[in-house]
Design a protein around this ligand. Structure first.
Ligand code: FAQ
Length: 310
């Protein structure tokens, strides 16, 4: 019977049809999705911190309102993604425990500090830009709930990216000091943004199987290239320099050539030894513990409502 189910699953993937939560799926497919979707959810939630640090000192009411809305969107993205993960039979509380105990990963990018307000703009431009590049293809991923969550998330991410670019445009029209702040932020975030796409294809253990299953649509290196090609003209328009002396248009390939990210640094950050790993996780843990009374109250309320209806 398992063989028939496997054949049905394979046919569904081959025909580019979605797999839904109640369909039979191989255990390894389920495990891979739980891994990727929960890492993605954790990234959205931890990703609130670098920009969240600037909410209290935003330079104007307008900037504060924009930043608050963006950071709230990220919380929302985390929630859609936890909900998508739960359709695979895992529990959000358990995933949160795994995150705060350091047993599950989240994106390396959020382990770098945000040192000035220009970082808010650069995170929007480069980090959300990279996120969009990676996530637009995931709108066609084979697992239905993940794909549908991605559609909504991508719409919001493109607004995020534009707000970052607009903020930087304004700063570049400002004083010499403001232009220096923007360039400094670009210098610090460029390489970590390239690392968001994961290790090079030759060292990516999951890519091939995930592509066969239609979970991933493109390889890490292909997406990284797409991001570089998309970003270079935006940097020119903005008037900043991307900190890579090897970055040059290659007419023969029809793409930009670029330097090699420091893969040892990526490994280090993934392992938990990045500049901000310990702080990000301990703040997440503190927020979770502080919220315990809310969860208890909500559970008690739900129980009372249920008792009232029987
Ligand atoms: N950081 O074999 P692969 C956002 C791990 S966007 C940490 O290539 P895979 C929006 C990988 O998990 C950021 N770990 O793995 C936002 C694996 O470890 P494992 C989130 C990384 O899965 C913007 C191992 O290395 N986006 O949050 C990283 O096929 C602004 C081997 O790697 C997503 O999660 C890394 N950079 O490809 C929010 C997108 N790279 O699990 C706030 C969905 C690799 O075997 C502010 N995910 N690893 O122990 C994906 O597309 C994929 O999972 C990849 C990795 C491409 C990230």
């Amino acid at each position: 019977a398992d063989e028939a189910l496997q054949a049905e699953f394979d046919a569904r993937i081959a025909a580019n049809q979605r797999v839904e939560p109640r369909d039979w799926m191989p255990e390894a497919y389920r495990r891979t999705l739980v891994r990727q979707v929960s890492q993605h959810a954790h990234s959205e939630i931890i990703g609130m911190q670098p920009e969240g640090d600037w909410i209290a000192s935003a330079p104007s009411l307008r900037r504060k309102a924009i930043l608050l809305a963006k950071v709230q969107d990220e919380a929302g993205h985390g929630l859609y993604l936890y909900a998508a993960a739960e359709t695979l039979g895992v529990d959000r509380d358990d995933l949160t425990e795994r995150l705060i105990e350091g047993r599950q990963k989240y994106s390396s990018i959020f382990n770098y500090p945000s040192l000035s307000y220009a970082d808010v703009g650069v995170i929007g431009w480069l980090v959300d830009g990279a996120a969009i590049c990676n996530q637009v293809p995931l709108c066609r991923t084979s697992f239905g709930p993940y794909a549908r969550a991605m559609v909504r998330i991508c719409k919001e991410e493109s607004f995020h990216q534009r707000q970052g670019y607009e903020l930087l445009m304004r700063m570049m029209e400002g004083t010499e000091g403001q232009r220096r702040m923007v360039q400094d932020a670009v210098d610090r975030w460029w390489w970590p943004s390239l690392m968001m796409f994961g290790p090079p294809d030759a060292e990516s253990p999951n890519t091939q199987q995930s592509m066969t299953w239609g979970i991933k649509i493109d390889t890490n290196d292909d997406l990284r290239q797409r991001f570089v090609d998309m970003t270079v003209p935006q940097a020119e328009r903005l008037g900043v320099t991307l900190p890579d002396p090897d970055l040059v248009w290659n007419a023969e390939r029809g793409h930009h050539d670029f330097g090699t990210p420091d893969w040892d640094e990526l490994k280090q950050v993934i392992k938990g030894d990045g500049p901000k790993n310990a702080e990000r996780v301990s703040r997440r843990r503190a927020a979770h513990e502080k919220g315990a009374w809310v969860r208890e109250a909500a559970t008690a309320y739900a129980r009372k409502q249920q008792e009232a209806t029987v």
